[in-house]
Write a protein that binds this ligand. Structure first.
Ligand SMILES: Cc1ncc(COP(=O)(O)O)c(C=O)c1O
Length: 452
């Protein structure tokens, strides 16, 4: 398949008969989860960039990139060749917090990037925050777990944690305690104590009325709810006992919400004022997706810890060295750190982003895409809002039913999309997406809007 000439080709609207057969086979023993049963990727068939073949031979334009976990789309040559170099080595995963895996005699001359090289590479792209330590895991949720463990350890108490309405930080018990997106993700699961939540302000006019700002008795004017909560004079909590503040710099799961600059600056101000570590969860928004390495950079905010996973293929907790436990055994992992294949791929993804100037591509084509979407908004009054930064973009539709119809109509025409939040469509094309591919997506979207 040639990316320059590839065309969308729908022979049988998905799910075709073979997709149904695969879904039925999978469903037989797979635990009930969140499977998308209409699009079934045929891994034995051609795929390049955002173009992918499904089991019924349909060529589909994938604008969700496995929820951002294939940042460079399908079969990027640099990743395929790196994987081929490692193909003959077994195990590709080992207990990497217990054993160090080298490649050759000298780390400076290593032909293959090892997890140790990936540490260095990640420090290169977080040097603006003064980070000096990295810890790897198998998933994003574990990266979050370790981020909060590091903070609890640093504060040496069982303190409070602060999260925000709409947050999604993962599905393990610690991480899900910080979720405030969908109730179903938390119901009946035990949660860590003392997690306080606050509005995530996306208001464009200030002072806003989302509940983030409050009027305080005994104080002049308005102030943020978090300012009020942490005020030692008021005495709701002792800010010394707050172990961390965690936020997504753009909320993913709950609807591609972009916070206001004032909100982000206020959170940073309070984190600094009370020396509370600020964790930026960039598992969906990080690693170049928004046109900067880290989405939080768009707000000029300095985090103390960053979590990343999906686009890196490795879960990683990155941060200031002084926050990490200096004692052995405080943090470790089973085999997360020793993921030889994923670490080499993760390293190569960063190199490709650097060599191919993909931060610029995400900025430029992200602007183009958002401008075109705003043009469509003028034609279709049911589009409530177009939002996003770079290539992490969302469309809020007037109803959930219409949103679902649009996604369905788009897939019938060969464009794969996903919903998020209550009635939002999310777009996560590959970071090297081309204008031709965006134009193809826009043409299908417009048809889907007409039919919705
Ligand atoms: C912002 C954010 N945090 C955490 C997670 C959890 O990551 P994982 O699914 O790798 O456990 C996700 C996954 O979607 C996410 O988007």
């Amino acid at each position: 398949m040639n990316r320059d000439t590839a065309q969308i080709n729908i022979k049988t609207p998905p799910p075709g008969p073979k997709a149904r057969k695969w879904a039925e086979f999978h469903r037989r023993y797979a635990a009930r989860s969140t499977y998308h049963e209409a699009f079934i990727w045929d891994r034995s068939q051609p795929a390049v960039g955002p173009f992918v073949t499904d089991v019924d031979g349909n060529v589909i334009l994938d604008f969700v990139s496995h929820v951002g976990s294939s940042a460079l789309g399908y079969n990027h040559p640099a990743l395929v060749s790196m994987a081929a170099k490692l193909q003959t080595i077994d195990p590709d995963r080992y207990a990497g917090c217990d054993f160090i895996g080298a490649w050759g005699e000298d780390p400076e001359k290593s032909e293959i990037p090892t997890p140790s090289h990936l540490h260095s590479k990640l420090m290169e792209i977080t040097s603006q925050f003064g980070f000096g330590s990295a810890f790897f895991t198998n998933s994003g949720a574990e990266a979050v777990e370790n981020a909060i463990k590091i903070c609890y350890d640093h504060k040496k108490n069982y303190g409070y944690g602060i999260c925000f309405y709409g947050a999604f930080h993962g599905r393990t018990l610690g991480a899900l305690s910080l979720n405030r997106s969908k109730k179903i993700q938390r119901d009946w699961f035990p949660q860590i104590p003392n997690i306080a939540d606050f509005p995530y302000c996306t208001c464009r006019a200030h002072p806003c009325n989302c509940g983030w700002m409050v009027c305080c008795t005994g104080k002049e004017g308005t102030r943020s709810r978090l300012d009020h909560y942490l005020d030692p004079d008021i005495g709701l909590v002792d800010p010394e006992e707050v172990a961390f503040i965690i936020l997504e710099p753009i909320q993913g799961e709950s609807g591609y919400n972009v916070p206001s600059m004032e909100f982000m600056k206020e959170v940073e101000r309070l984190a600094k004022k009370y020396s509370i570590p600020l964790i930026s969860d960039e598992i969906q928004a990080g690693l170049g997706r928004t046109g900067k390495w880290w989405a939080i950079e768009h707000f000029g905010v300095q985090p103390d810890i960053i979590t990343v996973a999906k686009p890196l293929r490795v879960g990683a907790t990155l941060g200031k060295t002084e926050l990490f436990p200096q004692q052995e055994y405080r943090i470790s992992s089973t085999w997360g750190e020793g993921n030889a294949l994923s670490s080499a791929i993760g390293y190569t993804i960063i190199e490709v982003i650097q060599k191919e100037n993909l931060l610029d591509n995400a900025t430029r084509l992200g602007k183009y895409f958002l401008t075109q979407l705003k043009g469509l908004q003028k034609k279709f009054s049911f589009i409530v809002e177009v939002r996003g930064i770079g290539l992490m973009d969302g469309l809020e539709i007037d109803s959930r039913e219409r949103r679902d119809r649009i996604i369905r109509q788009a897939l019938d025409r060969g464009l794969l999309l996903l919903g998020c939040g209550y009635k939002v469509i999310r777009f996560l094309p590959p970071l090297d997406v081309r204008q031709r591919e965006i134009d193809m997506a826009l043409e299908i979207l417009e048809e889907a809007f007409r039919e919705s």
